[in-house]
Design a protein around this ligand. Structure first.
Ligand code: PMP
Length: 310
C-alpha cells in the first residue's frame, strides 16, 4: 500500500473529522495497537455507472463487531451506525476511483499487557488501493518456517492488529528468500493460510481449502469464492484439513482475500503447479470475482452497497 493516498476526512468516534485533525498523543501508538482490531473493505468503481460498490460491507462490519466482542472491547456503535458511518464517509470524500476502507477499533491503555479501559474508540478511514484483478499478477510462494497462531493463543478468527506480527515474521522471511508470499502451517503441520489471505487448491477439477478451524481468519472473500465456485463456475468445493504435500501436488492454487483479491499461485517452494502458469479455474475465478465486485455481473447485488456519484 505504499502508493496509497488518503482522502480529506475520516470518521472518528461518531464525527466526520478532517484528516489532519485526527491525532492522538504519540505515546499511545504502541499500547493502543495492542488492544485493537480492524477490518479492510474494498469499494470498486462500476465502469458502466461510475458508482462505487462497497463490497461485502455488512459481512465486514459483522466481523468487526465480533472481533471487538471477542477481545472484550465495548463498542457504543451498532452495526447500523457503522454502516451509515462508512457510507457517509465515502460520500463525503466522493472518490473517483477504487478505494480501501479501514475501520479500526482501539482502547486507550497505559500498559501493554493489562486490560484497562474496555471502551472502544472507532476510526474509519479511506485510502486508494488499485485493484490487480485485470493484471497478470501471480504469486511464487513458500511454506513458512514460522507457525500460524492458534485459537487458544491469539485466535486467528479475531482480526486483531497484534495477530499480524505473526504475518510479518512469515512475510519478511518469504520476501528475504526471494518469494512473493508465505503459506503458514498450523502447530499440527496442516495448511492454514497466507499472511493476509486464504488459500485454495485445485485438484482434479475440485477446489480444496482449509476449513475454518484450521487457524485461519474467517475470510469473507473465502466465503464469496466458495459460493461463486459452486454457483457460477459449477466447480465443487471441499473444506477440510490440507496436508503440506498437497500444496506441491495441486494442479493449480490461488490466494484470495480483500486485499490480494484473487491471485494465482504458480510455484510453491520453487515447484511448479501444473505447467507453472495460472490455472483455468483460478483464471475463471479471477474474472468472475472481478465482474461481481464491480457490479458488472448484476447478480449478487446483496453483496454490494452502492454509493452513487453526487
Ligand atoms: N487471512 C488473514 C490473516 C487476513 O488478514 C485476511 C485479510 N482480511 C484474510 C485471510 C482474507 O480475509 P477477507 O477475505 O475477509 O479479507
Amino acid at each position: 500500500m505504499s502508493e496509497s493516498m488518503n482522502f480529506g476526512t475520516l470518521w472518528w468516534d461518531g464525527k466526520i473529522t478532517p484528516w489532519a485533525d485526527a491525532t492522538i498523543h504519540v505515546t499511545q501508538i504502541g499500547t493502543a495497537s495492542v488492544s485493537s482490531v480492524f477490518e479492510g473493505i474494498r469499494a470498486y468503481l462500476n465502469p458502466m455507472t461510475n458508482e462505487l460498490n462497497i463490497f461485502q460491507l455488512d459481512a465486514h462490519l459483522k466481523r468487526f463487531l465480533q472481533s471487538l466482542r471477542l477481545v472484550r472491547l465495548e463498542c457504543e456503535y451498532s452495526h447500523a451506525d457503522l454502516h451509515d458511518a462508512v457510507v457517509s464517509l465515502v460520500r463525503d470524500n466522493n472518490p473517483d476511483r477504487d478505494v480501501y476502507i479501514r475501520p479500526f477499533g482501539y482502547a486507550e491503555s497505559r500498559t501493554f499487557g493489562a486490560a484497562t479501559d474496555p471502551h472502544a474508540h472507532v476510526i474509519i478511514h479511506v485510502t486508494d488501493w488499485d485493484s490487480k484483478l485485470k493484471t497478470d499478477s501471480v504469486s511464487h510462494s513458500t511454506v513458512s518456517s514460522w507457525t500460524r497462531l492458534s485459537d487458544n493463543q491469539m485466535a486467528p478468527r479475531v482480526k486483531a492488529s497484534a495477530n499480524y506480527l505473526n504475518s510479518r515474521y512469515a512475510s519478511e522471511e518469504a520476501k528475504r528468500n526471494g518469494y512473493d508470499h508465505a503459506i503458514l502451517l498450523t502447530p499440527q503441520g496442516k495448511v492454514a493460510e497466507g499472511t493476509g489471505m486464504c488459500l485454495m487448491l485445485v485438484r482434479d477439477g475440485k477446489i480444496i481449502t482449509p476449513s475454518v478451524t484450521s487457524g485461519i481468519l474467517e475470510s469473507i472473500t473465502r466465503e464469496t469464492v466458495i459460493q461463486l465456485a459452486r454457483e457460477a463456475l459449477e466447480v465443487p468445493v471441499i473444506e477440510r484439513d490440507v496436508d503440506r504435500t498437497e500444496l506441491y501436488t495441486a494442479d493449480e492454487a490461488f490466494f484470495c482475500g480483500t486485499g490480494i483479491e484473487v491471485v494465482p499461485i504458480v510455484t510453491i517452494d520453487r515447484m511448479k503447479l501444473g505447467d507453472g502458469a495460472p490455472g483455468e479455474i483460478s483464471k475463471r475465478m479471477q474474472s468472475c470475482y472481478h465482474d461481481v465486485v464491480r457490479g458488472i455481473e448484476t447478480r449478487y447485488e446483496e453483496w454490494r452497497t452502492v454509493v452513487g456519484n453526487q
